[in-house]
Design a protein around this ligand. Structure first.
Ligand code: TYD
Length: 208
C-alpha cells in the first residue's frame, strides 16, 4: 500500500479558501503531483445528499446534535469512498474542510462537547488526520462582508448565522492552530495573489 497525503483547507466563511484551492491546483499539477481535490460535506453522492439536508435554508428546526451527526455521517462516507482509495493509490488529497470544521463550528460555534466531537472525528476517519492544514484566517466582519459582496455564492443555512457565531468560529480556529502542529495559519485578509503564493509555497514545502 502506498501512502498518500492529506492536505486540508480550513477557515471561516468568506476567508476565500475555496478560491485559493482552485488556484493552487494547476500549479501543483504542472509539477506532476497526482492530486485529488474534494470537499466536505460532500465529495461523493451520498455525502452530497447529506450536504443538501444540512445546508438547506428551510431546515431551521435542525438540532445542533443532529447537525453534528450528519456532518459525521457525510465525513465517514466521503472518507471511505473517496479519500481512502486515493491515499492507498499514493495521491495528494486536497480537502476543502475536514475534521477541524466540526471541532470549530459544532464545538466552539454551537457549544457541543469537544471530546465527543474528537471521538466522532476519530470514528469517522479511523483516526486518520491531515498531514498539513492551511488555516485561512480573516476577521469575521471582513469574511461576512466578502460573502455579502459575492453574488454568485449560494447562501446556505450556516451563512445565516449571526456575527456572534462567526466570531466564535474564528476564535475556535485560532485556539486550534495554537495546539495542532500540522496547522499553518495564513493571513487571508491580504489580496488573493499573495494568499495563493503563500499557500502554494507551504504546500510545496510539505511535498518536497
Ligand atoms: P460551504 O459551502 O462549504 O462553505 P464555505 O464555502 O464557506 O466553505 O458550506 C459548508 C458549511 O458547513 C460551512 O458553513 C461550514 C460548515 N461545516 C460545519 O459546520 N461542520 C463541518 O464539519 C463541516 C465540514 C462544515
Amino acid at each position: 500500500m502506498k501512502n498518500g497525503i492529506i492536505i486540508t483547507f480550513e477557515g471561516p466563511d468568506g476567508a476565500g479558501k475555496t478560491t485559493v484551492l482552485e488556484k493552487v491546483l494547476p500549479v501543483l499539477q504542472e509539477k506532476d503531483y497526482d492530486i485529488v481535490t474534494t470537499r466536505e460535506p460532500g465529495g461523493v453522492e451520498i455525502a452530497e445528499r447529506i450536504r443538501d439536508v444540512i445546508l438547506d435554508v428551510k431546515h431551521v428546526a435542525m438540532d445542533s446534535k443532529t447537525e453534528l451527526l450528519l456532518y459525521m455521517a457525510a465525513r465517514r462516507q466521503h472518507y471511505v469512498e473517496k479519500v481512502l482509495p486515493a491515499l492507498e493509490a499514493g495521491k495528494v488529497v486536497l480537502i476543502d474542510r475536514f475534521i477541524d470544521s466540526s471541532v470549530v463550528y459544532q464545538g466552539a460555534g454551537r457549544g457541543l462537547d469537544k471530546d465527543i466531537i474528537a471521538k466522532l472525528n476519530e470514528f469517522s476517519t479511523d483516526g486518520r488526520e491531515p498531514d498539513l492544514t492551511l488555516y485561512f484566517d480573516v476577521e469575521s466582519e471582513i469574511g461576512l462582508a466578502r460573502i455579502a459582496k459575492n453574488a454568485d455564492r449560494e447562501v446556505n443555512r450556516l451563512d445565516l448565522e449571526k456575527l456572534d457565531m462567526h466570531k466564535r468560529v474564528r476564535q475556535g480556529y485560532l485556539a486550534l492552530a495554537q495546539t495542532e502542529e500540522r496547522i499553518v495559519t495564513i493571513d487571508a485578509s491580504r489580496n488573493l495573489d499573495q494568499v495563493v503564493a503563500e499557500a502554494t509555497q507551504v504546500i510545496l514545502e510539505q511535498l518536497s
